[in-house]
Write a protein that binds this ligand. Structure first.
Ligand code: MF3
Ligand code: CO
Length: 250
């Protein structure tokens, strides 16, 4: 069942989303060579708590952190660690869920440590273009898979792959709600998008093969072939005529 959000719910999700967007912007000066992903997670979590956001990822199954921080060939769910120290050239993706009065927002931003390779810059901008273009078409009356199909078309046209093993999702009082929103598929299928639906749209794309594997920590997902992966994400709510992005600053 896809839960329709009322104004009060959306207000809380927007509040969470704006705080998180600001935190992931303000963290940029800390994403530098020598920083550990553990430190970045700790700074982000402290800022969330200071602004009355909870971190639902912490305590989600065996997961113990507020954020997921994935580097280079890491696709999603990178587990923060004191042993993972950023170095020049790293392509970093920080994914965080925050909840205000139990309503969630979920977003992912990317960062380059020092000089990034041309490929890292290109794959990041293609992921961003896919996300922006997908958000652009969302309005009442489209079919859910129109979003999936558009992401796949844009990404594959640029020669990159779309990950099959993870998908975007509905979001609200739980950070994973129905529907699942894959980043590939044929258009014109699935439920009709309606006002009040809230989605986390999150293209996860790869330089080469889209095959991923989970590392021995049980979470960190990396490309099998070691190619780079990009991931961007925003939480949106469907309005009467279009969509509002809840995780971007005005
Ligand atoms: N933002 C992630 C997603 O949409 C959720 C993190 S998974 C967790 O899949 F295990 F870290 F909680
Ligand atoms: Co998500």
């Amino acid at each position: 069942m896809i839960i329709i959000k009322n104004k009060l719910a959306i207000d809380k999700m927007r509040h969470a989303g704006h705080i998180l967007a600001q935190i992931l912007e303000d963290i940029r000066p800390y994403v530098i060579a020598g920083a550990s992903t553990y430190d970045l997670d700790a700074i982000i979590e402290a800022r969330m708590l200071a602004q009355e956001l909870t971190a639902p990822c912490k305590g989600y199954g065996t997961y113990k952190f507020a954020t997921c921080i994935s580097l280079n060939d890491g696709v999603v769910h990178g587990v923060p660690s004191k042993e993972i120290i950023l170095k020049s050239g790293d392509f970093v993706k920080i994914d965080v869920v925050g909840a205000y009065k139990s309503y969630c927002a979920d977003l992912t931003r990317y960062y380059f440590v020092g000089e990034a390779s041309l490929t890292a810059r290109r794959i990041a901008s293609v992921a961003q273009l896919a996300l922006d273009s997908a958000i652009d078409i969302i309005k009442p009356g489209i079919k859910l898979s129109d979003i999936s199909s558009l992401v796949q078309q844009i990404v594959e046209k640029e020669g990159f792959g779309v990950v099959r093993d993870f998908a975007g999702h509905g979001i609200g009082q739980h950070f994973h709600e129905e529907p699942s929103i894959p980043n590939y598929g044929k258009p014109g299928r699935g439920p009709t998008v309606c006002e009040g639906m809230a989605f986390a749209i999150e293209p996860m794309i790869t330089e080469k093969s889209f095959d991923v594997r989970i590392m021995s920590d049980g979470w960190t997902a990396k490309t099998v072939d070691g190619g780079l992966a990009a991931h961007v994400e925003d939480t949106v709510v469907v309005t009467k005529t279009g969509v509002e992005i809840l995780t971007r600053l005005a």
